[in-house]
Design a protein around this ligand. Sequence first.
Ligand code: PGA
Length: 259
Amino acid sequence: MFKAKKTAPKSRIIVANWKMNPVDLKEAKKTFAVIKRVNLAKIKDKIVICPPSVYLSELSLKYSGSKIVFGAQDVSTEINPESTGEVSAQILKNLKVQYVIVGHSERRRLGEPEEAIAQKIKMALSAGMKVILCVGEKTRDVNGEYLRFIERQLREDLGALNKKFFSQIIIAYEPIWTIGSGKTSVDGHDLHQMNLFIKKVLVAIFGRKSGLEVPILYGGSVDDENAKQLIEFGEVSGLLIGRASLNPYVFLKILKAIN
Ligand code: PGA
């Protein structure tokens, strides 16, 4: 297995993916108001809140700071403004959105192909935003086919990019069988192995120095009980949290546990 030099991540990235929740803006503001109370002086992490895009103008424009920032859950492939229903990278950028989640498995399962994902990455990067690219296998097999699957996703999504963009890329490894399952099923050792494998592919794509600098996060049933262990044993640079981020008190507990 590829051996990466151990370098402590500069600052970790904790992403709250609210998905299609909550159902009204008032609730979204209430959730954020609790998160905002976090003692930022004690937090080493960058916190990226990704609410439904319709709430971004209320939240991101008003509350983007240096440690708490906002992300979108998707971005359009289109540049042509005659694109009904789409939200462009530039619109998001103008709302002070700094991150975009691309290639989440819940979008891939709607039929989003790899070419569209690669195009979305380009759009977000050229608007000056950072991309959180989600990759992950549906199942594991003893022959290691799942590793080849993840390598293919990374190469197809990032392979054609200008190498200078490496510093705007973040990878979220999210094994699909863990998302929303309520049980992590990835132990620290497995996660660490996967972390090294992804690093190896990123080095092949971006070159050694740049490839090793790309942060790798873990997502899939993270909660206040497993977060610390995942970070420590998996040696990941952060977490992507779905359901547990919707309860702001649990989310704060996670931040506390890993700090
Ligand atoms: P989960 O979702 O934490 O609810 O499993 C993770 C995700 O958004 O991918």
